[in-house]
Design a protein around this ligand. Structure first.
Ligand code: SF4
Ligand code: FES
Length: 365
């Protein structure tokens, strides 16, 4: 196999600490504690290696990245390395002074998550009192400081009725972009799938709402839309293909092809503290395992879409079929496809509503 192209973006999960407890958090169910986090110097070195490798953007994420006192130093280090720095935050720890400091350090863009359009429901999903009010205040601070805002709205059965209001709220807050993303079921979200999965009727209504808003708000707000996999006919090109464009680094420096990759048994993921990032990207067996198309079984191996969706999502194939090397069963060509759609419909109809909140107490290990 020829050497892979360089990645474009890195998600740096600088900490798993977070005041919020969203039941669909994309962090692994085995959270990493503060004691194992890379220090300022190690992250700074990693940012320099990333830029040298060809990475253009770093997304500073968590957990809650603002839980780290050295965030301004990390932003400055990534900026000095030549990276475009985006902050993905719950915003509940924001102050105007902190945001101004981050901007001065080189921060270019901020993404704030909203759990709903009104406080009671949003705070209940976040498992944190006053979270919603703090987020709205932070969006105002961003406007004053002069940092562009994207709103991340994760949608599910218990907040889909607020979608129209969330779109309106994003406009009011001055966001340039809104990401309407239905929950993807890995990790914590998989644990909470029965409480989150929408009905087909809800999904269709949401799609119509988004399409109407996209047309109505052209030039005002860009709306990206991610539908729930279980109701799709073709899988998404997860991560744009395993080991093709993207890498993820955990708080302790483990380098992954995607945020959920550690759920796949039998793969050994290497640490940036033990091997240069470039070597991990180009030749780590875990990155090579599902890179390209050689690993594909049928029907993917002879499918015309194999270099479009790259066979879908390995973590989802594992979660739904027990083997990460299977065709993603979201694909209608998978023999398991019908079962997945039926499972979604049954769970949505059962209408369970209790959450297992994301917390160190509820984490595995
Ligand atoms: Fe994609 Fe494989 Fe389905 Fe073809 S068979 S559409 S490559 S998941
Ligand atoms: Fe891991 Fe899709 S989330 S490959």
């Amino acid at each position: 196999m020829s050497a892979p192209e360089p990645p474009l973006a890195m998600l740096a999960e600088i900490t798993h600490r977070c005041p919020l407890q969203c039941p669909y958090c994309s962090n692994p169910v085995a959270l990493e504690r503060a004691g194992v986090e890379l220090d300022t110097a190690a992250w700074s070195d990693l940012f320099r290696q990333a830029a040298k490798l060809g990475i253009l953007q770093v997304h500073l994420s968590g957990g809650e990245p603002m839980a780290r006192a050295d965030l301004p130093e990390l932003v400055a280090a990534a900026t000095e390395a030549g990276l475009y720095v985006n902050l993905i935050t719950s915003a509940v720890l924001c102050t105007e002074e902190k945001l101004a400091t981050l901007k001065a350090a080189g921060l270019r863009h901020v993404q704030i998550s909203l759990q709903g359009s009104e406080a009671a429901g949003a705070d209940s999903v976040a498992g944190y009192r006053n979270a919603h009010a703090k987020k709205l205040a932070a969006a105002e601070m961003l406007r004053r400081v002069g940092l562009p805002l994207t709103v991340n709205a994760v949608m599910h059965r218990q907040n889909l009725h607020q979608l129209e209001a969330l779109i309106g709220l994003s406009v009011e807050l001055g966001a340039r972009r809104l990401e309407v993303a239905h929950v993807q079921y890995y990790g914590w979200a998989l644990k909470n799938r029965a409480a989150l999965i929408p009905t087909r009727v809800q999904l269709d209504a949401a799609t119509a709402t988004v399409e109407a808003a996209q047309a109505r708000l052209k030039g005002v707000l860009v709306i990206d839309y991610v539908i729930p996999d279980y109701y799709a006919r073709r899988p998404k090109a997860c991560m744009n293909g395993w080991g093709r464009r993207f890498l993820n680094v955990t708080p302790s420096g483990t380098v992954l092809p995607c945020h959920a990759a550690e759920s796949i048994p039998g793969l050994v993921f290497e640490r940036a503290t033990e091997r240069p990032l470039k070597e991990i990207w180009t030749s780590s067996p875990a990155f090579e395992r599902f890179r390209g198309t050689d690993w594909m079984p049928e029907p993917c191996a002879s499918c015309e879409y194999k270099e479009i969706d790259w066979g879908g999502c390995r973590c989802q194939a594992l979660a739904l079929t027990g083997d990460a090397a299977n065709t993603d069963p979201v694909c209608e060509l998978s023999p398991l496809h019908e079962q997945i759609a039926a499972l979604a419909a049954d769970e949505a109809a059962a209408a369970e509503d209790g959450f297992v909140y994301r917390s160190f107490r509820n984490a595995d290990g």
